[in-house]
Structure formats: structure tokens, C-alpha cells
Design a protein. Structure first.
Length: 363
């Protein structure tokens, strides 16, 4: 049932304020602490984290690396499951291995989990299907509470994975004493504000549709972001290519001048994800290098960011102002909607893109 939407993907994008609310309600206590299902995790017994997944779930892991390192001061390694499993990496003592999978049945992710059995101190998973193989074979499975996801391109599962991973990083920080009570409360209130901010962001649908119509003419699209916006740029590019079949790549903004800038000319739209945070000025200077070469910039920022840097851009999308740590969860929405409307403008099969399966149970 598409609940009045044209596609399951549109329905699932629109559901995000609700499902994120559910995910928060399942992990946040009334007094603003994070409660994990039994037997929980004691992060003082953990020295490092290995995060493994495929596709969009892998980008959720890449985002989580920034959170765990910055907030909980734990060294983190992230890998795609198909590489991890055959590389046979050494797993040091006191490593927590964490697997992220919407379906819980992805063959490579399951194989990577089995490789860690008997080696890692604890095996955790973040899943949407609690009775899945990956959930059953973990010491502790954390459900994301996204509800069934039908569209092949993952949307609400991604933002729910991010939300659960951020809460887990906050739990780690509180166990390890790396965050003051005040900073913890600040992060928790930022999380609690997300459903309302997402609703506001979804009201920008028309602006995204207009921009997407112009994007649908492109042959190649680049996505740029720094810090927490870098994994999200990767996710935006994946979403666009898988449903609109437009070639899209993402780069960390700082990498632009190390090669990819050679691609820029007047035909290439460049989507820049840049909330007005401490890295904003750096990203803007990369954006200006793109414009100097006639690249068409789509700037996704907030009111303060657009006021500062909107001049000369090809299109812009205004997001509500948001706490830096939760920005990738909010900025996932324009990434998804741009891809969605571009695909609709091109007339592709949005819910069932060619050559793709919802659950990849063979390698
Ligand atoms: C992209 C997408 C895929 C999945 C990947 C992993 O939109 O949906 O990249 O994220 O196949 O699937 P799960 O999360 O089920 O392990």
C-alpha cells in the first residue's frame, strides 16, 4: 500500500519523521539516557570498533566512524563486507565488531560476521529485520524500527541506521566518560528535534523537484562534502545512479583538486552538501573552484550558509538549521528527494531499478 504516494520510495521518504521518532522512542529514556536491549554493551571493555556492511549500510558505517571517533574517542575501522571477508584481517583483543544490514540477510555481511566469531570480543548488529540471520548470529542485535522497506533504494532504513548508530556512539561516550552530561543532553535534544526538522525539510519538496528536473538532463553529476557530509555525498551519488541511471560520483571536498576537478565543465552539476558548520568555509572555497570552471553548483545548506555563499550557484536548497552531529540524518532527505525526482523526471522504474535486488543473498 503506497498510502496515496506514486511510489513506495516516496512513501518511505515521507515516513521518516515518524520512523525516526519510533527509533528514538525505543532507545532514549525519559531522563535523556540511552538504553540498549539486554545484555547491552560495556564500552569500557572495548578498545576499537570494526564496522562492516555493503552499499548504503556501508555509508551509514562511514558516517558512524566520525561519531564514534569524535564523541567516544574510539578508533574505528570501516570496510565493505566483500573486501573484509576475503582479506582475513587480524582482529585485536577488545574489538567490537558491528554489522549493519537492513535485510539482515546480505551474504557478504553475514560471511564477514561469521569470520569475526571467536575473534571479536563482541558481535553487534544494527538491523531492520529482528528475525534475520545477521540478527540471530550476533551477541546483540539492535533493531532500527524503520518498518518494512519496499523500495529497492534504501531511504528510511538509512536514516534509522544513522539514528541508532549515533545513539550507540552516545552510549559509548557516556560509558567512557568522553562527553560531559551537558554535551550528552545537547546531543539527545538534537536527536529529539529531528522528526520536526525532517517534516520542515520535506516541505522543500517542490524546490527539490525543480532542481531535479534540471539534473535529469545531466550525463554526470558530482557530489561533494566534508566531514560528516562526505559519507552523505557518497550516499547521494549512489541513490542518484541506482534509480536515475545518471553517472554520479562523490568526493571529499578536499580531494577535488587532487584529480576530479579535471571533470568539471559547464555540463556538470555538482551537488554540495554544506551546513553552516566549522568546515563550511573550506567547502565553500572548493565550491568556488568548481564555479570558476563553470560547473553548475547545487548548494544544499541552511539559511546562514545560503546567505553567505549563494551567489553564483545554479540552484540551492534550504534546510532548517540543525546541530552539527545530527546534520547527516537531516541532509539525507534532500539527497533522497533529488534522486527520486530526477528518476521520476527520467521516467525510470523508481521502486524496481534495473539489475538490482532488494536483498543480495548471493555474493
Ligand atoms: C542502496 C541499497 C543497497 C543496500 C545493500 C545492503 O539503496 O539499498 O546498497 O544498502 O545492498 O543491503 P542490506 O542493508 O540489506 O545488507
Amino acid at each position: 500500500d503506497k498510502a496515496g504516494h506514486k511510489h513506495f520510495m516516496a512513501k518511505e521518504i515521507a515516513e521518516q519523521p515518524t520512523v525516526i521518532g519510533n527509533a528514538l522512542a525505543n532507545y532514549l529514556t525519559a531522563d535523556g539516557h540511552i538504553a540498549l536491549p539486554d545484555p547491552g554493551v560495556d564500552f569500557t571493555a572495548i578498545d576499537r570498533l570494526t564496522l562492516v556492511a555493503c552499499g548504503t549500510a556501508y555509508y551509514a558505517c562511514l558516517t558512524a566512524k566520525y561519531w564514534f571517533e569524535q564523541i567516544a574517542r574510539i578508533p574505528v575501522e570501516v570496510d565493505v563486507a566483500s573486501e573484509f571477508r576475503y582479506r582475513e584481517p587480524p582482529i585485536p583483543d577488545r574489538t567490537l565488531a558491528l554489522f549493519v544490514s537492513q535485510s539482515g540477510e546480505t551474504a557478504d555481511t553475514l560471511a564477514a560476521l561469521r569470520y569475526c566469531e571467536g575473534k571479536a570480543a563482541r558481535i553487534l548488529s544494527v538491523v531492520n529485520v529482528p528475525e534475520s540471520s545477521i540478527a540471530r548470529e550476533s551477541d546483540l542485535a539492535l533493531p532500527i524500527h524503520a518498518g518494512i522497506e519496499v523500495g529497492v533504494a534504501s531511504t528510511k532504513a538509512f536514516t534509522c541506521q544513522l539514528t541508532v548508530l549515533l545513539m550507540l556512539a552516545l552510549k559509548a561516550a557516556s560509558d567512557r566518560g568522553t562527553l560531559s552530561e551537558e554535551a550528552l543532553a545537547d546531543h539527545v535534544s538534537a536527536l529529539r528535534s529531528l522528526p520536526a526538522l525532517m517534516t520542515t525539510a520535506l516541505e522543500q519538496n517542490k524546490a527539490m523537484q525543480n532542481t531535479a528536473r534540471r539534473l535529469s538532463e545531466a550525463r554526470d553529476v558530482l557530489f561533494l562534502g566534508r566531514g560528516l557530509m562526505y559519507p552523505l555525498a557518497l550516499e547521494g551519488a549512489l541513490k542518484l545512479k541506482e534509480i536515475s541511471y545518471i553517472h554520479a560520483e562523490a568526493y571529499a571536498s578536499g580531494e577535488l583538486k587532487h584529480g576530479p576537478i579535471a571533470l568539471i565543465d559547464k555540463h556538470v552539476p555538482v551537488v554540495v552538501m554544506a551546513p553552516r558548520d566549522t568546515l563550511f568555509d573550506k567547502t565553500v572555497s572548493n565550491m568556488q573552484e568548481v564555479m570558476a570552471r563553470k560547473g553548475k553548483v547545487v548548494l544544499i545548506s541552511d539559511a546562514a550558509g545560503l546567505e553567505e555563499a549563494n551567489e553564483g550557484v545554479w540552484a540551492s536548497i534550504c534546510m532548517p538549521t540543525v546541530h552539527n552531529a545530527v546534520a547527516p540524518i537531516l541532509y539525507a532527505l534532500p539527497a533522497q528527494l533529488l534522486a527520486y525526482h530526477t528518476a521520476v523526471a527520467k521516467g525510470t522504474d523508481v521502486d524496481q531499478p534495473r539489475n538490482l535486488a532488494k536483498s543480495v543473498t548471493v555474493e
